[in-house]
Design a protein around this ligand. Structure first.
Ligand SMILES: *Cc1c(COP(=O)(O)O)cnc(C)c1O
Length: 383
């Protein structure tokens, strides 16, 4: 097979974004302007969210969520062990204690059957991540949350386009946070979005993302005059980023369709490989955003993961790992809470035995064939 170059991630930026950025830079309004409003409106329309607020990252939004709920010292938040560390850092930054739940080995999402046993009188919220874009079982999670009167935070960083029965992720819980970091589904370079249904929460998040001041530039009767209603941060998105976001929204449907097509092609090509196990990827009702294809190496060959990844790199194929460790096993969390390595074994197995392949829109079906061909060949060699 002819050699190809199959990078893991590639932002879909072209002349449209470049022109939009130059237009903003040629004007006088770089923050608090019409582009952030336009991006928020488009995002709200796409997700059918009553409220959408732009932010400078998903992490900022996760942090604001706990501040907005007044969750802090003395409180506990249930979190998935298998996620990006930002999901959990946000709880720590708010001063609350994360209480980890292991992954469901079939999906990588939080094991819903273990949630209730972790709830105490201090529990204030459940945080979930939609692992690699596959929706967590929100109907079941909301049942538990409602029974115990808990807030629900959805880390939707990889879940744009993900839905259950047509309802977009982020709208099941109290708040959903999205990321526009360069290798996510769409990018604003750095950036994030919060969606929610409750107007009161939207008002608080809107204040807290901008110092807690009562009116932004443009709303001030006397220039420079404002009051501060509450504690806040500077977590705003700027006009340049928002202009990129507006362009990216026009490409979103195409990007998602291409990801699904690539995902299905690669899954099919790898379905008969003995050395591999596959995670669930949803169905007609539970729709994934197909962030990447993470394959689990069977125990017999798992020790060779790094060799397999290196051999794939040799063939021009980019790989990654989601995530390199269960969050409670990262040094910071291990040192603080004393977790040992023999905990969260389902999350650990995914962390230590999986390899992720891109299904990004910069790739096509021939790239998927190329990846499958070389993975099979390399696996045979390391058997
Ligand atoms: C990328 C990512 C984040 C962090 O997003 P930022 O916008 O970089 O802050 C959080 N959670 C998950 C699941 C992610 O994939």
């Amino acid at each position: 097979m002819m050699d190809r170059n199959v990078p893991f991630g590639k932002p879909m930026i072209d002349e449209m974004e470049r022109r939009a950025v130059l237009e903003v830079l040629s004007g006088d309004v770089l923050v608090h302007g019409p582009k952030t409003k336009e991006f928020e409106k488009k995002f709200a329309e796409y997700t059918k969210a009553p409220f959408a607020l732009s932010l400078n990252s998903c992490t900022a939004g996760l942090h604001l969520a706990y501040l907005g709920f007044n969750i802090g010292p003395g409180d506990e938040v249930i979190v998935p062990a298998q996620t990006h560390v930002a999901t959990v850092h946000a709880v720590e930054l708010a001063g609350a204690k994360p209480v980890f739940v292991d992954a469901d080995p079939k999906t990588g999402n939080i094991d819903v059957s273990q949630i209730e046993s972790k709830i105490t009188s201090k529990t204030k919220a459940i945080s979930v991540v939609h692992f690699l874009g596959l929706p967590a079982d929100m109907p079941a999670i909301m049942k538990i949350a409602n029974k115990h009167k808990l807030k629900v935070v959805e880390d939707c960083a990889l879940a744009i386009g993900s839905s259950i029965d047509g309802k977009h992720m982020g709208l099941f819980g109290d708040i959903g946070l999205f990321s526009f970091y360069p290798v996510k589904h769409i990018t604003t370079i750095e950036g994030g979005m919060a969606i929610m249904k409750d107007e009161k929460l939207a008002t608080v998040i809107n204040y807290k993302k901008a110092f807690g001041v009562d009116r932004v530039v443009g709303e001030r009767k006397v220039p420079g005059q404002y009051d501060v209603l509450m504690l806040g941060l500077n977590y705003r998105m700027n006009e340049v980023e928002a202009a990129v976001g507006v362009c990216q929204m026009t490409k979103l449907d195409g990007i998602l369709a291409k990801r699904e097509e690539n995902f299905r092609a690669l899954r099919k090509a790898l379905s008969d490989v003995d050395e591999l196990e596959h995670l669930d990827y949803g169905n007609d009702r539970v729709k994934s955003s197909y962030y990447c294809q993470s394959v689990i190496l069977k125990d017999s060959i798992a020790k060779r993961r790094e060799d397999i990844m290196a051999a794939m790199t040799q063939k021009g194929i980019g790989t990654s790992i989601y995530y390199p460790s269960p969050v409670p096993h990262f040094t910071y969390y291990k040192d603080k809470y004393g977790f040992t390595e023999d905990t969260f074994l389902n999350a650990k197995r995914i962390s230590k035995q999986s390899i992720a392949f891109s299904v990004g829109p910069h790739l096509n079906s021939e790239d998927m064939e190329y990846v499958a061909f070389h993975l099979k060949e390399i696996l045979t060699k390391f058997k």
